[in-house]
Design a protein around this ligand. Structure first.
Ligand code: RIB
Ligand code: CA
Length: 315
């Protein structure tokens, strides 16, 4: 799978990136960053450090949007991701350099190079993808599929009663992507909240992972301490945490991990209480919208096994 990742690195983003790097079936062909959990520049620095942890090859990383399309960025989400986005774990500065390029040009070049093959996975607000569609409407026809972490259909929201952080972070961008006609799968809170990594899982992995993954797993073990505390406050988690971003990449590779339902959907871009909410229309004569595929259920044990196996099984 040729993978273009768009991330706001973030503890769960970092675990998702590591999963992708250690999965032989995935080739990460590019990474772009966006403001969300942290600024886009810090997400980019964090991403380079995470590439170092995996001794990854030279993957191009481009810094993207520092502000959402129309609203203000709300600042770092330190209580979940730490002040530095990596659960307050201090990793050595990377000697890798960012690729200095406009993020939309970068996306379009990859879509042209891997036309019909490129899988786009978004793990933060969709600002960069919306901008790319604005600059290059033909991008939509070149991408194989988009798999995105965000939103919720039936689970409560995590930043408002009805909205999830990535969609609420830039609802206008999300709605732009939803109306693009691309093949889109949404992995939202309905399934990520059911897929929990426990302290026991990560401690077990630290004992049992391959030698080549030791640095990465030791980082994950430390970063998850802060992430679990944040999730205790946000989601009443006790000694575990949801796997939002890693589950999303796993579903891009292994769609059988989830059950899905296709619905016509738009994003609420205004309002006092509902901004960022996913609105689906199941009426006989629905509103103007594209069909979007939503994950509605998950095999959590298979998903956890899939995550651990990337670091544990011999390849
Ligand atoms: O709501 C969870 C999502 O918001 C995850 O992608 C997390 O990293 C944050 O960006
Ligand atoms: Ca994220």
């Amino acid at each position: 799978m040729k993978l273009l990742l768009d991330v706001d690195t973030g503890v769960d983003d970092s675990i998702a990136i590591l999963y992708a790097l250690f999965k032989p079936e995935i080739e990460v062909v590019g990474i772009s960053t966006v403001c969300g959990n942290v600024e886009a520049w810090l997400a980019a620095e964090n991403t380079l450090k995470i590439l170092d942890l995996a001794d990854a090859p030279d993957i191009p990383v481009v810094k993207g949007a520092e502000t959402p399309l129309r609203k203000k960025w709300e600042g770092r989400v330190s209580y979940i991701h730490g002040d530095n986005g990596l659960g307050n774990v201090e990793l050595p500065a990377s000697s890798r350099k960012l690729l200095e390029k406009d993020v939309s040009d970068f996306h379009m070049e990859l879509a042209g190079k891997y036309e019909g093959e490129l899988v786009v996975v978004t793990l933060g607000p969709m600002t960069n993808i919306a901008r790319t569609l604005e600059k290059y409407p033909e991008f939509a026809g070149k991408v194989k599929k988009v798999v995105s972490m965000g939103g919720t259909l039936s689970m409560r929201g995590n930043v408002s009663p009805v909205a999830e952080a990535n969609f609420a972070g830039d609802p206008d961008a999300c709605d732009r992507v939803f109306t693009s006609g691309m093949d889109i799968t949404i992995v939202g809170l309905d399934v990520t909240m059911k897929t929990r990594l426990t302290k026991e899982h990560i401690d077990w992995l630290a004992e049992n992972c391959r030698e080549s993954c030791k640095k990465a797993v030791s980082y994950m073990q430390k970063a998850l301490v802060h992430y679990r505390k944040g999730n205790q406050r946000q989601n009443y988690c006790v000694d575990d945490s949801p796997l939002h971003d890693p589950l999303t990449i796993m579903c891009a590779l292994k769609p059988g991990l989830i059950q899905t339902e296709c619905r016509k959907a738009r994003i609420e871009c205004g309002g006092t209480y509902c901004r960022g909410m996913v609105v689906t229309d199941q009426r006989e004569h629905p509103f103007e919208a594209e069909y979007i595929r939503f994950a509605v259920d998950v095999h959590p044990h298979r998903a956890i096994r899939e995550l651990l196996s990337a670091f544990w099984e011999e390849v």
